[in-house]
Ligand binder design. Structure first.
Ligand SMILES: Cc1cc2nc3c(=O)[nH]c(=O)nc-3n(C[C@H](O)[C@H](O)[C@H](O)COP(=O)(O)OP(=O)(O)OC[C@H]3O[C@@H](n4cnc5c(N)ncnc54)[C@H](O)[C@@H]3O)c2cc1C
Length: 483
């Protein structure tokens, strides 16, 4: 950044200080270190930013974007930085734009069933504010402290009635690298009473979601809200094999009574048990775990309907042979599925968890599970202890559409040998999954994107052209998507 030093003074730092005040901009090493890596650093090498700046309003954000453009300095927006995919690691240095303090819920509109939020709004904050008013946002299993804004922008996995669909963003306000401000959906139309997702023409909200801050900085977002199900229940059945558990999952989706269906193996279930400090008690509970658990969350605004749906779900579970009713997971599982917020202690017991997340057809679950367990074994992991798998069928009108995760939970990446092993395992799994056939990855993240681009052909080239058009100097979070 030597060209930014004029007469011994760092002009970028000085300008940042002018925009946000001296206490909110820094280039001091102890301040920068906190941003150099996240939990996914074996896949995205740690790298220090040159500057960290805290913004409090969109005027400041706009001036910072303009400064980055003028000086061709990489700019990485950060909403909560909890990311597990290295997406906020400043791989080419530059400015980290920390928006954690832009955390206002600007509006909850009960008439329109929408809310408008800023980037730093956390999942728990949003969920609690909505519930107080008798409505509910789409929530995920992400940690409570994660930015719900960034989650919506990256398109997460939501626990919500299948009739809600899985796209919840109506409109966004985005500051482009040029400094221009655009609004997607009806918010872009002057005088529109909005909010509405459609404004004529192609879906611009779609263009700016599903990408990791590579097209601009989003400052506001309007999302859909849903009626709060006041009455909830959980139906959980354990199986000793994946096959019948998947059959139940399919039948539950076809019956259309569930808010969410989770099919998870015993290894993943163990991660929920970590907070049990008493080892003896933990051992006893572990012995009770079935090999595969089907968890179904039921919820409704009307008690009687909830009860009927619960009965239907239970009957569906009983129809398939080999299942055992499993009540133990109910309280914690129900709370996570209805209000969001995962208990992460167990997942991060060894400081790291490695996860592949992708979409594929439900009827390939057994093949995916075998792929994960076998590849883990081939790379020296213990399939029964280290590797886990889950399937979450998504929406019945999309037939087989299912979200999958394959995890390795016991890696300590600070040990060179283990880190190398997980890197080799990971590359192997990416190619094997692409060969077996998946719909696509859950999110664009470095570990999978580079290898997938080879197969994206003309579509990949077209995306490169869009990126070039919006961000010609490649300053927006470079190295994380396409460039
Ligand atoms: C243990 C664990 C479990 C999880 N489980 C789930 C789950 O079940 N479902 C799910 O959906 N997610 C899950 N997540 C992922 C998590 O929800 C997302 O990472 C989070 O919601 C987004 O917040 P973040 O802190 O990652 O955002 P950040 O890391 O701050 O940002 C993520 C990306 O978005 C970009 N960005 C952020 N804000 C802006 C902005 N205003 N404008 C432009 N670009 C921006 C950043 O540059 C970065 O590339 C889980 C994460 C963990 C750690």
């Amino acid at each position: 950044m030597a060209e930014n030093i004029v007469s011994g003074e760092d002009v970028i730092l000085r300008t940042l200080e002018q925009i946000v005040g001296p206490s909110n901009a820094t280039c001091k090493l102890p301040d920068l270190v906190a941003y150099e890596k996240d939990q996914n650093w074996p896949f995205v090498n740690p790298h220090l930013p040159d500057y960290v700046v805290k913004a409090y309003n969109k005027k400041q954000v706009r001036e910072i974007v303009r400064l980055a453009s003028r000086t061709k300095t990489p700019l990485i927006a950060l909403a909560s930085g909890i990311n597990v995919r290295g997406l906020c690691i400043p791989s080419q240095g530059g400015i980290i734009l920390d928006m954690r303090d832009m955390n206002k819920i600007l509006d909850i509109n009960l008439e329109m069933m929408t809310a408008t939020i800023q980037p730093g709004v956390s999942s728990a904050q949003f969920s609690a504010a909505c519930r107080k008013l008798g409505v509910r946002p789409a929530v995920t299993s992400a940690p409570d402290t994660a930015s719900i804004f960034a989650n919506y922008m990256l398109i997460g996995l939501y626990h919500t009635s299948s009739s809600d669909g899985n796209l919840h963003v109506l409109s966004m306000e985005i500051i482009l690298p040029s400094g221009e401000i655009i609004k997607t959906g009806s918010s872009g139309l002057i005088g529109s009473p909005g909010p509405h997702a459609r404004a004529g023409g192609p879906d611009l909200t779609g263009l700016f979601t599903g990408q990791p801050g590579a097209f601009g900085v989003a400052t506001e977002m309007t999302v859909k809200l849903y009626p709060l199900e006041k009455f909830n229940a959980m139906v959980a059945y354990g199986f000793e094999e994946w096959g019948p558990a998947v059959e139940v999952g399919q039948k539950l989706m076809d019956a259309r009574v569930a808010l969410e269906v989770d099919i998870i193996d015993d290894n993943l279930m163990r991660t929920f048990l970590a907070p049990i400090a008493d080892l003896k008690m933990r051992e006893q509970v572990e012995k009770l775990l079935p090999r595969v658990l089907v968890m179904t969350a039921i919820g409704d605004t009307v008690k009687e309907r909830m009860k009927i749906n619960k009965k239907i779900a239970e009957d569906v579970c009983k129809e398939v042979e080999g299942g055992t009713k499993f009540a133990a997971m109910s309280a914690g599982g129900l709370s996570e599925l209805t209000t969001g917020g995962r208990i992460t202690v167990g997942m991060l017991e060894r400081g790291y968890y490695h996860c592949f997340a992708f979409y594929g057809p439900l009827n390939m679950t057994v093949e995916y599970a075998d792929l994960f367990y076998n590849t883990a074994e081939e790379h020296g992991f213990n399939a029964r202890l280290d590797s886990s798998c889950l399937a979450i069928p998504q929406a019945p009108w999309n037939g087989q559409q299912t979200y999958f995760e394959g995890e390795v939970l016991t890696v300590d990446p600070t040990i060179d040998e283990e880190r190398e092993r997980i890197l080799e395992y990971s590359e192997d799994v990416v190619y094997k999954l692409l060969d077996l056939g998946i719909y696509g990855w859950f999110r664009p993240y470095a570990e999978t994107m580079d290898l997938t681009l080879e197969r994206w052909g003309t579509t990949g080239e077209f995306m490169k052209r869009i990126k070039q058009l919006i961000d010609p100097d490649h300053i927006m979070n470079p190295g994380k998507f396409i460039f």
